[in-house]
Ligand binder design. Structure first.
Ligand SMILES: Nc1ncnc2c1ncn2[C@@H]1O[C@H](COP(=O)(O)OP(=O)(O)OP(=O)(O)O)[C@@H](O)[C@H]1O
Ligand SMILES: [Mg+2]
Length: 351
């Protein structure tokens, strides 16, 4: 189980201050409906809507996912930026839905946000709890409002995180859930290219999605664990504002971190940086090396290879590439996905 119980707007949004609450009034700009013109259900969704001027996370914060980025650009950004290329012919129908799937912590949510910022679109972050828990029993109305609000604040990306929680196989869920699902699919089918609304889904468990839902996600992109080079790129990006001693060899760190996801690598980098601070604090004030603070007064203790050695002993990967779900994911990708899994060299191998 992961974070299905999270509220609609989750962790860091790349907004200044993180929680300024501006998300709710975002999505403004020309043609945007005033808040007063929104229905009660649409208004309740506003906290989950991040305006196009508010999202600050761009692709510069994503590493080693070039192929996925390129496909997202073609399917979602281009039709928004150069609509004339998509006005007639077979492309006029647009891409109805794009599914990002892959192991936890590989950057799916990060990509979705970066995409919205690149496309200059607003971003409606939907999770199961947004639809279901606001007014229990009116979930169908909420589901409907997701699409009507997105149209009013277009261009808009409807991002359904943990899409499996909301749209899994209907066999084992209640009739109530079916109604919600049917409502969403109807609204989804009603979208036209001119609406400039795209549905982007993310999941770790694509194999549990309802087939009817799958049809509405014709493009399915694997967001895989990073390769050895990918891990170097991710570490380099995450440590770009830190000071590394010349002893640090990130390629070696990467070699010794097989199977680490982007989020595991972030933990690793944080632990190495923390170890550097620990060592620094062990020294008496006189013995501490002189560090010139940055403009905003931060003191960046240089990180050494030894700090990484300590971190590598502490931080473990969180995805088991030999687990049942990893195999299911690979199998599913081979059948339904459009990006080939890289030959990530971490299967059953532990240095
Ligand atoms: N490719 C990457 N490039 C840079 N940072 C990454 C990458 N992948 C993961 N990260 C780091 O890990 C964090 C978690 O990633 P994110 O929340 O996007 O994972 P996810 O794929 O959505 O996971 P889940 O399936 O559990 O929701 C990011 O905020 C980022 O700091
Ligand atoms: Mg996520």
């Amino acid at each position: 189980m992961n974070h299905h119980s999270k509220l609609g707007v989750t962790d860091d949004w790349g907004m200044d201050g993180g929680d300024s609450g501006e998300g709710g009034t975002g999505g403004g700009g020309p043609g945007a409906a005033d808040d007063e013109e929104l229905t009660k259900e649409e208004q309740a969704l506003l906290p989950s809507l991040i305006g196009k001027d508010v999202i600050k996370t761009g692709y510069e914060n994503v590493a080693s996912l070039d192929e996925v980025q390129e496909k997202l650009h073609e399917h979602i950004t281009l039709p928004i930026l150069e609509p004339e290329l998509f006005r007639a012919g077979v492309l006029a129908e647009g891409t109805r839905g794009v599914l990002l799937f892959g192991p936890p912590g590989t950057g799916k949510t990060l990509l979705a946000r970066a995409l919205a910022s690149e496309a200059g679109a607003s971003f409606l972050h939907i999770t199961q709890s947004v639809i279901k828990s606001k007014w229990y029993g009116e979930a169908e109305k909420n589901a409907n409002a997701v699409f009507t609000l997105a149209r009013k604040r277009s261009p808009c990306i409807i991002f359904i995180d943990e899409v499996d929680a909301l749209m899994s196989d209907r066999g084992d869920t209640s009739a109530h859930n079916n109604n919600v699902l049917n409502e969403m699919m109807q609204e989804w089918d009603g979208l036209i290219q001119d609406d400039k609304v795209v549905v982007l889904g993310a999941t770790n468990r694509p194999y549990s999605l309802d087939e009817a839902v799958l049809r509405r996600f014709p493009r399915r992109l694997l967001v895989d664990l990073p390769s050895e080079e990918g891990r170097v790129a991710i570490l380099t990006l995450q440590l770009k504002d830190n000071v590394l001693e010349s002893s640090v060899d990130l390629e070696e760190v990467s070699r010794r971190a097989p199977g680490f996801s982007g989020s595991d690598l972030k933990e690793l980098a944080k632990d190495a940086a923390l170890e550097a601070v620990r060592q620094y604090r062990k020294l008496s004030k006189e013995d501490r090396p002189e560090i010139t603070p940055t403009e905003n007064g931060a003191v960046l203790v240089p990180i050494s290879m030894n700090d990484f050695n300590v971190a590598l002993r502490t931080i473990k990967k969180s995805v088991d590439s030999n687990s049942n779900s990893a195999h299911k994911l690979n199998e599913w990708n081979a059948k339904f996905g459009e990006i080939k899994a890289k030959a990530v060299k971490h299967m059953g191998f532990n240095p």
